[in-house]
Design a binder for this molecule. Structure first.
Ligand code: FMN
Length: 411
């Protein structure tokens, strides 16, 4: 998932500052792509003045909403606002992170909302709620506070975060089509020692991670009715050396599909940083995000064949698998999973080729044996199970093509 954290936390060393850093790390580790709008660091100008809008539509007096609509349509909103709108467009989930100031988000965050959720970008005539332009995205607040949640003040009014945020959940979130998730909150331990602080940060970040997983589930089950049906995304998952690339290439040629082999996505990171380094994960994420963005468009033109070696035992592999399913959903394409297998001896025979070594691939039968013992490829109830032990690559590709055709595609 692509996550935008809008942070109104001024001090990196504060509890909130550390919560932000830990959340970014954890979400990245979970396999998401995270962008942060750090409003204090950006010195985000949270107040709209008339002279931010030269070349007025209404020359008589300054009417913010009218000028926002006019300048949005003309692409002449201030650059710092357009930049934030682009970040929202690119995000699946928005996390608002801040301390509670007088039962509200801090002014800088309110100012960000006022200025960024402009007409035409976030709402418009006939474009609200179910038809809101930002439909399909989720958002939630993660806030620190000093008071006791649920405790009543002398007039008997209890302090409840969801009630405090009700107005913002309704407008602009629901109004623009965004699904608000229940807010999260934490009261930093008062006289903090490092251990207490660490436990509290861990607690809130675990909740943040779980909320993002919830947002992902909502996104994956939402029907995509806006787009015309795209071409299918065929995903071939199998162990190293089983023949995914050869079969995938032949299939792609047969059905005029784009072919994306998993090593194509990984090799830039291997070359730039080497496997297992911090940079490796960063580069892989960037490549995947960029390529997936493009594949959404490709799927409108022709099928895509994607190969992978994703195992059931590694949680990140499961998350990546979901990301691929989400890519299909977003493009309004059918996701057609294929699991390609072969018995161990045949697989071990296929793995030892000079061409594989040249492409940074596994060529060692002992390691393959270990992989057979420790890992299985991902189960998917929709898998087309293809045992290619006795099949030539061309026969395996034809079997997959028949399977796709049986789903009603004339390819
Ligand atoms: C201007 C201001 C207003 C505040 N209003 C509230 C409030 O209404 N309710 C509350 O529980 N805490 C309130 N607080 C306390 C902050 O929420 C608290 O200090 C902060 O969440 C602690 O996080 P930190 O350690 O990361 O700074 C307020 C603090 C400030 C500075």
């Amino acid at each position: 998932m692509r996550i935008l954290i809008v942070s109104a936390i001024a001090e990196p060393e504060s509890f909130g500052g550390q919560m932000l850093q830990e959340a970014v790390q954890r979400l990245n580790f979970d396999g998401h792509g995270v962008t942060v709008s750090d409003l204090y660091a950006q010195r985000f100008p949270a107040v709209a003045y008339g002279n931010d809008f030269p070349d007025r539509e209404n020359t008589e007096y300054f009417a913010l909403e009218r000028e926002q609509a006019h300048h949005y349509k003309n692409g002449t909103l201030p650059a710092y606002i357009r930049a934030e709108q682009e970040k929202i467009n690119a995000a699946d989930v928005i996390i608002f992170m801040a301390a509670i100031y007088w039962m509200s988000p801090p002014a800088i965050m309110r100012g960000w909302i006022d200025q960024v959720f402009t007409p035409e970008f976030a709402y418009g005539k006939g474009k609200t709620f179910e038809n809101g332009p930002l439909k399909g995205k989720s958002a939630f607040f993660a806030m620190t506070h000093a008071g006791l949640l649920g405790a009543a003040d002398p007039s008997g009014v209890p302090f409840k975060l969801d009630e405090m945020l009700k107005a913002l959940h309704d407008r602009p979130l629901r109004y623009s089509g965004i699904t608000p998730l229940s807010p999260l909150s934490i009261r930093p331990p008062y006289y903090q020692n490092t251990i207490e602080r660490g436990i509290a940060i861990d607690e809130i970040c675990t909740q943040i991670s779980a909320h993002v997983a919830k947002a992902e589930a909502i996104k994956n089950t939402a029907p995509n009715t806006d787009k015309p049906k795209a071409f299918p995304l065929i995903h071939i998952n199998g162990r190293p050396g089983v023949g995914k690339k050869t079969v995938g290439q032949i299939l792609a040629k047969q059905i005029n599909a784009a072919f994306v082999d998993n090593h194509t996505l990984l090799n830039p990171a291997v070359t730039a940083c080497g496997r297992g380094t911090e940079g490796y994960t960063r580069v892989v994420r960037k490549v995947i995000e960029a390529v997936f963005e493009e594949l959404q468009h490709t799927l409108q033109e022709r099928p895509v064949v994607l190969t992978n070696c994703l195992t059931a035992q590694i949680p990140e592999h499961g998350l990546y698998y979901k990301e691929i399913e989400a890519l299909a959903k977003k493009a309004n394409a059918d996701f057609i999973p294929v699991r390609l297998s072969a018995d161990f001896n045949e697989n071990a025979r296929r793995i030892v080729t000079p061409a594989r070594a040249k492409n940074h691939k596994l060529t060692d039968a002992d390691t393959l044996k270990q992989l057979y013992n420790d890992f299985t490829t991902i189960e998917d109830p929709n898998n087309f199970e293809l045992d290619a032990t006795e099949l030539k690559a061309r026969q395996a590709a034809s079997a997959i093509k028949r399977h796709i055709k049986a789903k009603g595609y004339d390819l």
